[in-house]
Design a binder for this molecule. Structure first.
Ligand SMILES: Cc1ncc(COP(=O)(O)O)c(C=O)c1O
Ligand SMILES: [Zn+2]
Length: 394
């Protein structure tokens, strides 16, 4: 049964530079904060009364949190049923490794098979609200497919620029959704360069991670859902496979907003960022903020979404790790592959290599006594393993 959304309003107040806090107007077409060359952040006015108890009457998608999302008019929502993904217990693996409360938020259940659907549903909805009809995106794979699908639903044109080495299925899905697909040698930063070039010759709206303010608002709903699904009790640790950082930063943003709304109480969980040994800028910067680029030679990963060599929101990622008293760690390609197989065989779920990296990180943290056996751990499986089978062959 679909329950209609109530006639409430978004609490969005303005956009703000993430560094100097300069305000940007909502009715203008914004990308990033040009004052400081940093991401823009959506700010809300929480003075009206939004009681979490109302949520039980709402529809089973991320749009249940309408008041804390930036879309002003409901008719602009472009939805394929994203969000409210299951939070499942990995009980067999928990027993095997002596972890009594190991949970997995399974984002593979989203449209187009990844958490990217959340961000692109929001970004395409806002683009529609602002009168945009031609979108472009550099992608490691999943975001491109999601943008193509939401643009199809919205009746917008889409161009997706993807590394040539991405598994075929990511390319095929973009074409099926009617996108103009462009393949580039190299990683997502090379695709971003191509997007910049194409933009000089055409009237595209750029949906790059953190260069568009609303994808983050979609991603943050993972944080709202984790809290709601745990009956507003915070877990101890959240382990997140990090590329551009929207998921990690978004979940943390949701927790700050829910504190303001009075929906949750601290202490908040430690946020853990996981990357592949092949491309680990976040971990390098965590341990050596000044010199992390020295000798940095990023390589592709079978966890395609983690191969983001120069995240635009590096400062915000590091702030999230710091303020949550979090951690950052790398996992090898072999371990990632083994992680996918182990979860498939033990739990019957074929998760993405990115999610498998996060699972292996939990085992590493346990080995180093950085987590307790009784900690409530939430592992984010950000996507479906089915799209990566080509990467996982023996
Ligand atoms: C499956 C998957 N996991 C994780 C990521 C990393 O995303 P972010 O750090 O931007 O949240 C990506 C990005 O492409 C992805 O596709
Ligand atoms: Zn600024």
């Amino acid at each position: 049964m679909m329950i209609a959304l109530p006639e409430t309003q978004s609490y969005i107040a303005c956009l703000e530079c993430s560094l100097c806090k300069k305000e940007y107007q909502l009715d203008e077409l914004n990308t990033y904060a040009t004052c400081c060359n940093k991401p823009l952040i959506a700010k809300y006015e929480f003075s009206s009364f939004f009681h979490k108890g109302e949520l039980m009457f709402r529809e089973h998608s991320l749009w249940r949190y309408f008041e804390v999302l930036p879309v002003l008019k409901r008719e602009n929502i472009v939805s394929l049923g994203e969000g409210m993904t299951p939070l499942v217990s990995l009980s067999k693996l928990g027993d095997k490794y002596g972890l009594t409360d190991l949970l997995m938020k399974d984002e593979s259940c989203n449209p187009t098979g990844s958490f990217k659907a959340r961000g692109l549903s929001l970004a395409v909805s806002k683009a529609k609200e602002l009168g945009i009809d031609n979108c472009i995106i550099p992608t490691a794979g999943n975001a491109g497919g999601a943008m193509a699908a939401y643009c199809a639903k919205a009746g917008m044109k889409s161009t997706v620029v993807m590394p040539r080495l991405t598994p075929e299925i990511f390319k095929q899905e973009c074409e099926m959704y009617g996108a103009n697909l462009i393949l580039e040698d190299g990683l997502i930063n090379d695709c971003a360069r191509k997007v910049a070039k194409l933009k000089t010759g055409g009237n595209y709206f750029d949906m790059s991670t953190f260069k568009e303010p609303y994808r983050l608002e979609g991603k943050k709903t993972m944080g709202y859902e984790i809290a709601e699904q745990l009956n507003w009790q915070m877990p101890d640790i959240i382990v997140y496979p990090t590329g551009g950082g929207t998921g990690l930063v978004g979940i943390w943003k949701a927790f700050q907003e829910m504190l303001e709304l009075g929906w949750i109480k601290g202490p908040l969980p430690k946020m853990v960022a996981v990357q592949s040994l092949n491309c680990a800028p976040v971990i390098r910067a965590f341990y050596d903020p000044k010199h992390w680029m020295d000798g940095f030679r990023p390589k592709p990963s079978i966890a395609n979404g983690l191969a983001v060599p120069y995240p635009f929101a590096m400062d915000m990622i590091q702030e999230t790790l710091e303020s949550s008293n979090g951690l950052a760690l790398t996992i090898s390609e072999e371990e990632i592959k083994a992680g996918v197989k182990e979860i498939a065989r033990e739990e019957g779920i074929l998760i993405s290599p990115e999610g498998a990296a996060a699972f292996k990180a939990i085992l590493q943290l346990k080995k180093q006594n950085l987590i307790q056996n009784t900690d409530r751990i939430v592992l984010l499986n950000t996507g479906s393993g089915y799209k990566y089978l080509e990467n996982l062959r023996a």
